[in-house]
Write a protein of this length. Structure first.
Length: 385
């Protein structure tokens, strides 16, 4: 089996740079592209990035790339790849996804069928199996994807399984919750550090608060879940356990956190508490049922992050206008606090009553949203002689 791989970490549009920074912090050089970050590494890199990346969607192995304007070129290109380096005899290897963009080949089911045929033929040849006898697919699963962009086919194997946003702590969720990896990315885009107070005044099922506590405590986001690669015979289970053990040892228990989550819905507060308990950070977060309009604090230099109801989550436009106006009035006295508010409402600033210092375009699933950023005034510290 191979010792070095080219990987792609997929990312939501607008979050690629955050994922790139995380990959570099793990010690791997990378190249940031549209919707993905490319990097190289060994099996340890495969395990470590799945375990530690907070903002990525999936980690995929690049098996190869080639020009493919015809189905014959596609077949020969897929057949030429070193499948024996990845796929053991007897494994399942569905072509789970085909995507064609700006390409001569555009019939995606046909791309899947022809790619499958090419992989089968290559494995039959390598394992000396007669062509008429079908390969048994009963073992571990290797999901293969074929992406054709501008007549260049890239063939990938998904190492992750369920998307990385599925941390394994969410017992329940409310309506249209923010994905965990997007919440983690927004926290990293904000100016919050663990020594600052943190409030989510519309916390729902608690995602921002939980991700903040996990980030502060250096809890690996993948520690409580499993991955597709764990079933593969060429990924040593001892290596996986070593990486998990190292992640457990890296958890910080020596810091005090000031994280609060509020929501008008008492049922959501109970769900948030359950989720925080599952994530192992219940003691770090104060959840309380409260209206946004009742938020008051004497603390300074804090950070507010909010994903308030919008669009599909709250269809009544009058209620949205009222909520954003009250939000602006409630936050206005908090001069030293920075506020980061995610919404699809393009008139948010006028309804909130203030122009954002910065605005970042993101996608929450397929919904285009903006992260409105309002930076708090710096309080000068008085140093006594």
């Amino acid at each position: 089996m191979k010792e070095r791989f080219t990987f792609i970490a997929t990312a939501a549009a607008g979050l690629e740079a955050v994922v790139g920074r995380e990959i570099r912090e793990l010690g791997y050089d990378c190249q940031v592209e549209n919707g993905r970050v490319r990097f190289e590494g060994d099996i340890i890199a495969l395990i470590r990035t799945n375990l530690w990346l907070r903002s990525a969607d999936r980690i995929k192995i690049v098996v190869g790339s080639f020009k493919a304007k015809t189905f014959e070129e596609l077949f020969q290109g897929v057949f030429a790849l070193d499948w024996q380096e990845y796929l053991p005899l007897g494994c399942k290897f569905p072509i789970s996804k085909a995507k064609c963009v700006k390409s001569t080949l555009h019939n995606e089911p046909s791309v899947q069928a022809i790619s499958k045929k090419a992989v089968v033929k290559k494995l039959q040849k390598h394992f000396s199996r007669p062509e008429g006898v079908p390969l048994q697919e009963v073992g571990a699963e290797f999901k293969i994807e074929v992406s054709i962009l501008k007549d260049v086919a890239t063939v990938l194997i998904d190492t992750t399984g369920s998307s990385l946003f599925k941390r394994g702590y969410r017992a329940e969720k409310g309506g249209a919750p923010i994905k965990e990896n997007m919440a983690a990315a927004i926290l990293q885009l904000s100016n919050w550090y663990p020594d600052k107070p943190f409030i989510d005044p519309t916390c729902g099922s608690g995602t921002f608060c939980i991700e903040a506590a996990m980030l502060a405590r250096n809890i690996a986001p993948g520690l409580k879940r499993s991955f597709a690669f764990e079933e593969w015979n060429w990924v040593d289970a001892t290596l996986i356990e070593q990486e998990r053990e190292a992640a457990r040892a890296a958890i910080r228990s020596d810091i005090e956190l000031d994280i609060s989550g509020f929501d008008i819905d008492g049922r959501m507060i109970e769900i948030a508490k359950k989720n925080a308990t599952e994530a192992g950070v219940a003691k770090d977060i104060a959840f309380k049922q409260m209206r946004l309009q009742d938020l008051r604090t004497d603390k300074i230099n804090g950070v507010i992050v909010s994903n308030p109801p919008y669009g599909e989550r709250l269809l009544d436009d009058d209620a949205i206008v009222k909520l954003y106006s009250e939000m602006g009035q409630t936050f206005e006295p908090l001069k030293t606090w920075s506020k980061f508010i995610l919404t699809s409402d393009e008139q948010f600033e006028s309804r909130y009553g203030q122009q954002a210092d910065k605005k970042r375009k993101l996608y929450n699933g397929t919904l285009k949203v903006d992260l409105y950023q309002f930076f708090g005034q710096r309080v000068k510290r008085i140093v006594k002689e």
